[in-house]
Design a binder for this molecule. Sequence first.
Ligand code: SIN
Ligand code: FE2
Length: 211
Amino acid sequence: MPDLFAERRETMAAGAVLLRGFALPRETALLAAIEAVAAEAPFRHMMTPGGYTMSVAMTTCGSVGWVTDRKGYRYSPTDPTTGRPWPPMPICFQSLAAEAAAEAGYRDFQPDSCLINRYEPGTKLSLHQDQDELDMSQPIVSVSLGLPATFLFGGAKRGDPTAKYPLVHGDVAVWGGPSRLTFHGVATLKDGNHPLLGEKRINLTFRRALG
Ligand code: SIN
Ligand code: FE2
């Protein structure tokens, strides 16, 4: 039988795929869950070790959260803003992450952390590697909601050429295996108004941070 969804999958590199529209059927549950998490752990602009305030606002759910301040990057079991544990990861987040990972060929993905990034027009995320996790055999699952963005996907070295992929509401990117430490980022967000999210883009980045 022909695979009716074949055209919805794009290979970015070995071990790295884009699953177009994968999160769309779950948008309502996802947006409600994001609001609930942000009510407990508000979005904040963190500081890089070099002293720059990040333009992208972030919060987390899960047992640990990625944080940055003058002391460096790390995973923390508590929210430095509130002093409380991060909100638990909603079930609809866990299932989406596991199913997208499986669809990309990574079985039994059980993320313990979901970084929630909020972009407004004019904000961007510079090229970086996700390298603060302990087990590099686990992939990254990244969900796009709201305004479109341009995803930059490079190579193993910062100076490698970067391919550009448009990401729209509902798209899911998964990278792992030989692509796990690929440099990636998001180009400056353009003005726009999304029917559900207004003048913003939300990205969910699922990771297995602890071993
Ligand atoms: C990230 O690399 O943490 C976010 C990627 C994205 O916003 O698409
Ligand atoms: Fe990243």
